[in-house]
Design a protein around this ligand. Structure first.
Ligand SMILES: [Zn+2]
Length: 421
């Protein structure tokens, strides 16, 4: 078989070889490193992964692109499985309030926070949202990200804005090298109009919005911000059960600030992920492990909110829960597209090993989006989404933090990003 692209003499080829499912416990650290590795692609697919030279049945000719992996670390394309990619405006004006110690929920209660992004997103045209999100995707790609989850949720009760966000994500999925998986999240905040009767808004989401989003096939998943002062456990349950009936996968912003029982609810409903989990209870964590719910951890958000509280990642791993790590890129609580920085936070602050971190942003990130059969590891037949890091080993990438170590990004077998210095 002909190879269209080969990377040879790779110092550290991190394959994540193994079962196509979210890894737990010690399997989180089993990342399938090959020294002096070689990988061959044919079109969009990987056709060989091994050590040393290619076997005779893989043909290299003058059309084959051959890259050197000397001094390089090669990984699967990174997966950012929790972002609020499509939105209008920015919120740097909240910085001064944050520095004075005003909390997220207090900024929200004062009509700031998400409400200002809702206004900016509503006012932005399709093209404005498209160009802003495209710029973010270009940055993400430069940091080695090849698959991104994107949530709606800045229209809330303005359904046309929710649809506009999802349609922008759909168009970008078609136009941009990064694959985008969409999540419907009108249940992101209680609109001021429904402040005294939030159940009325829950009914609208269930009866009007979810059926239409499902019919238009605009979202693979549905998500709810389950939190004190936002959506209660019972309201979250009702919304997610309705989404399930319409064929959507389920996600939950769970126990971010208060221990409401979000982790328990995610387990009860067999959610694919429960995200944040900073205040998750021991019981909730155990129930997630029993049901195979993936914990999507977002340390950049904890860092930015300056509460000093991070998800108990070590405890979550010890209990047998699979972890993913994401940016939570959004204009309020985590305005960064830099997944490599978040990976360093996961290690330096949440005490994850570099092996656990890379697993959390590759095969486990893929599993968090239901894509584990297709991407997330470097194995024959999988889609050729690959990052070449200008770094001698994995530890170096995590340790030398805040820096972009990406040399090249390959998406579906094509070089789509190259560092130009
Ligand atoms: Zn989020």
């Amino acid at each position: 078989m002909k190879a269209t692209l080969v990377i040879k003499n790779i110092d550290n080829l991190i394959t994540l070889k193994g079962e196509n499912k979210a890894r737990t416990k010690e399997k989180l650290r089993d990342i399938g490193i090959i020294n002096n590795g070689i990988i061959a692609l044919n079109g969009e697919k990987i056709i060989y992964v091994g050590e040393g030279n290619l076997p005779p049945h893989i043909v290299v000719d003058e059309d084959t692109i051959v890259l050197s992996g000397v001094g390089k670390t090669v990984t699967p394309g990174l997966i950012d499985s929790h972002t609020h990619l499509v939105h209008g405006g920015s919120r740097e004006n909240e910085l001064a309030m944050k520095l004075k110690g005003v909390s997220y929920l207090d900024i929200l209660a004062a009509g700031g926070g998400i409400h200002s992004t809702v206004k900016a997103t509503k006012e932005a045209s399709f093209d404005e949202l498209y160009l802003k999100a495209k710029k973010s995707l270009d940055i993400m790609l430069s940091y080695g990200v090849t698959t991104v989850e994107a949530k709606s949720g800045y229209g809330i009760d303005d359904f046309s804005t929710e649809i506009k966000q999802l349609e922008v994500a759909k168009k970008l999925d078609e136009d941009h090298p990064i694959d985008i998986v969409s999540t419907f999240m009108a249940a992101h905040a209680i609109p001021s109009k429904y402040k005294n009767n939030p159940d009325e808004f829950v009914d609208i989401i269930i009866e009007d919005m979810i059926p239409k989003v499902a019919e238009k096939k605009l979202a693979k998943f549905c998500d709810v911000f389950c939190e004190e002062g936002v959506f209660s456990i019972e309201q979250s349950r009702r919304i997610l059960l309705a989404a399930k009936e319409h064929g959507m996968g389920l996600k939950l912003h769970a126990d971010e600030i208060k221990p409401l029982g979000g982790a328990e609810l995610a387990a009860e409903l067999n959610c694919i992920t429960a995200d944040h989990l900073i205040a998750a209870s021991d019981k909730g964590i155990k129930e997630m492990a029993a049901k195979g719910v993936i914990a999507n951890l977002l340390p950049g958000t904890s860092f930015n909110l300056q509460t000093g509280k991070f998800a108990r990642a070590r405890k979550i791993i010890e209990e047998g829960v699979a972890i993913a790590i994401s940016t939570d890129y959004n204009p309020g609580s985590c305005p960064t597209e830099n997944l490599l920085l978040i990976m360093s936070f996961a290690s330096l602050i949440m005490k994850l090993t570099p092996e656990e971190v890379i697993t959390a942003v590759t095969i486990n990130g893929a599993a968090a989006l239901g894509l584990e059969e297709k991407v997330g590891s470097l194995e024959v037949e999988k889609q050729a989404d690959i990052v070449i890091f200008d770094a001698p080993n994995l530890e170096y990438i995590i340790y030398h933090f805040g820096i972009n170590h990406v040399d090249k990004v390959i998406k579906k077998g094509k070089i789509v990003y190259e560092k130009n210095i």
